[in-house]
Design a protein around this ligand. Structure first.
Ligand code: ACO
Length: 359
């Protein structure tokens, strides 16, 4: 039996292809390297959504519609009571997304693209006892996310976040996208699909890894301690966050795309680039230790390692990292949910019963 469905083809898609042997990610005919740092998040949405919505507007109109959707979602923040604000940011965002009216048309899609950004920013501000920053519908999504989060939003920083959002927008049939497609296959609406995907993304084996990557770097503290720390972690049977992938058997191409974005960034709070130097040392030590510990399994650096450094460099708090991932990946979830609805069948696998039989 194939536990974890490794290697199982469960859908056909025109959206993206993950080539684990060559370390390539193709998004609708474009290699990631052609998109990240060149196309904007709005361009990428246009690419992903083409053919899946009857009323898909041109690129400029899509940016306007997304800006208007941010304003619509801002109104939902009035439902954020104290209990909701006290939740982990991902749980708070998910609770607010659950209030959006379900549907399958472009308007619902735009609300869902806007929602994680507006809700995360609003909840962070409310947690700091500050008023949420009203979205600016005239800005591009990446710039407005930084603005709403009250983070530095120079053109360089916005470009780096934009490159991140594009890099993570879609990635084959990963766990959260599969969850979105399973729900879409029942005929449920886009909000239900995105809620399922948010739940799947939250786990540390999927989108919850980058916060713990920074915790690991903090605990290690300096390059000379990396080897002992990593060996002790592996001996305890811990997983090293930011390493390993179900499909990539070579370096995750998204890690390289993010390293490029990272290089262009003035890293706040790390003027001597000490954290980057530490990260480089830890990465080398970890890869070597994983090679020794798991000689039969190729374990390489994954996207989350560079994500941690990039989002930290942009000023995001580490408990928001998974939500920032959702701000980008929501585009992929929606495109897959629409593709499943339009071309797929009810997803209903079987389980093998290993419990007792009735006498
Ligand atoms: N550290 C230590 N050991 C590891 C790691 C790691 N990062 N990754 C895999 N292994 C080991 C496992 O313990 C397992 O060993 P065993 O066979 O002796 O039990 C073996 O390698 C295979 O591991 P699986 O979990 O079966 O492999 P899978 O393909 O499911 O792993 C996963 C993928 C879940 C991402 C894994 O590599 C992992 O847990 N990584 C750490 C968490 C992480 O970085 N998550 C982000 C992934 S990227 C993303 O989702 C956007």
């Amino acid at each position: 039996m194939n536990m974890g469905l490794e290697g199982v083809i469960a859908a056909e898609t025109v959206l993206s292809d993950v080539d684990g042997q060559r370390g390539q990610l193709t998004v609708r005919g474009h290699l990631l390297e052609e998109l990240a740092g060149r196309a904007s998040y709005e361009d990428t949405l246009s690419l992903l959504f083409a053919g899946f919505f009857e009323d898909l507007p041109d690129r400029a109109e899509l940016q306007r519609a997304l800006g208007a959707a941010r304003l619509d979602m801002f109104a939902h923040l009035r439902h954020a009571d104290r209990a909701l604000i006290a939740l982990d940011p991902m749980d708070g965002v998910r609770a607010l997304v659950a209030r959006i009216a379900d549907g399958s048309r472009l308007g619902t899609a735009m609300h869902l693209i806007a929602a994680p950004a507006v809700f995360l920013a609003g909840l962070c501000r409310l947690r700091q006892r500050q008023d949420p920053v009203v979205p600016d519908p005239d800005l591009d999504h990446a710039t407005d996310v930084l603005r709403m989060m009250a983070l530095p939003a120079s053109a360089l920083q916005a470009r780096a976040l934009d490159a991140y959002l594009v890099t993570v927008a879609d990635h084959g049939l990963n766990a959260s996208t599969f969850a979105a497609r399973v729900v879409a296959s029942t005929g449920s609406g886009l909000v239900s699909s995105v809620l399922a995907a948010l739940g799947a993304l939250k786990g540390p084996l999927h989108g919850g890894a980058p916060g713990p990557v920074l915790d690991m770097l903090d605990e290690i503290g300096q390059p000379s301690r990396a080897s002992d720390w990593v060996d002790a972690a592996l001996q305890r049977g811990d997983r090293l966050m930011g390493f390993g992938h179900r499909i990539y058997r070579v370096r995750d191409p998204r890690a390289d795309a993010l390293q490029a974005a990272l290089k262009s960034l003035p890293v706040a709070g790390d003027p001597g680039h000490q954290r980057l130097e530490l990260a480089k040392a830890v990465e080398a030590v970890a890869l070597e230790a994983l090679r020794r510990a798991k000689p039969d399994r190729v374990i390489q650096t994954n996207v989350e390692f560079a994500t941690a450094l990039l989002l930290d460099g942009l000023g995001f708090e580490r408990d928001t990292f998974t939500c920032v991932f959702a701000i980008g990946r929501v585009g992929g979830w929606i495109a897959h949910a629409r593709e499943q609805t339009l071309t797929g069948r009810l997803i209903r696998p079987q389980s093998r019963y290993i419990g007792p039989r009735a006498a």
